[in-house]
Ligand binder design. Sequence first.
Ligand code: GRF
Length: 229
Amino acid sequence: MHNRQYVGLAGKTERQAVYQQLLFVCLMIMKNLGILLSGRGSNFEAIADNVASGELDANLAVVISNKAEAPGIESAQRRGLKALVIPSKSRPREEHDREMVAALREHQVDLVCLAGYTRLLSPWFVQQYPNRILNIHPSLLPAFPGLDAQKQAFDYGVKVSGCTVHFVDADLDHGAIILQKVVPVLDTDDDHTLAARILEQEHIAYSEAIRIVLEGEYTIRGRRVVMLK
Ligand code: GRF
């Protein structure tokens, strides 16, 4: 390959210029993810690892926490990602949501992923991203919505539990289900060991669900997310 200068891209060889253009095209095609979290951030980290390794063809455009002390936001900073704190305490829901959505738009987010985001979204927020907000919940919905789902399931005595990735609508843990992973409850379990095994599956399930949504080979019939391939 000759080291010819490429017209209009001063200082770059032709090969460098082609690579740069390819990178630009890839970034244009790659979808931007926006992660919302409030705490530990292990689901965010699993997604970020899959993006970094190329397993997940997406760009992590911004990570936003509503809590300054969330370990997940420190992790995002350590990874060199764009990390924002938009505190929600004592603020009216929609006012806070408008600031969140403004930040997501500023970072051209295509898909919003709730990853341990503990604040219910306002109907207004949900309307801004129709079928473009995902959540992960540590039970087989519709069983055990809400807080402490793993303990709720364990105390109820179920023999299987698991996790659910679903689209977000205006109701808590309610939107159409994209995928679920089943985790058996062992006689030797307590709620903590069960939660740990469910979390392992969450880390796999979330990226799988994101891939399904980004690839777009599905349709939604009523509450059913049906694959087209
Ligand atoms: C996970 O169990 C998730 O299912 C639920 O909140 C927890 C968040 O954990 N929505 P992490 O912050 O991702 O570690």
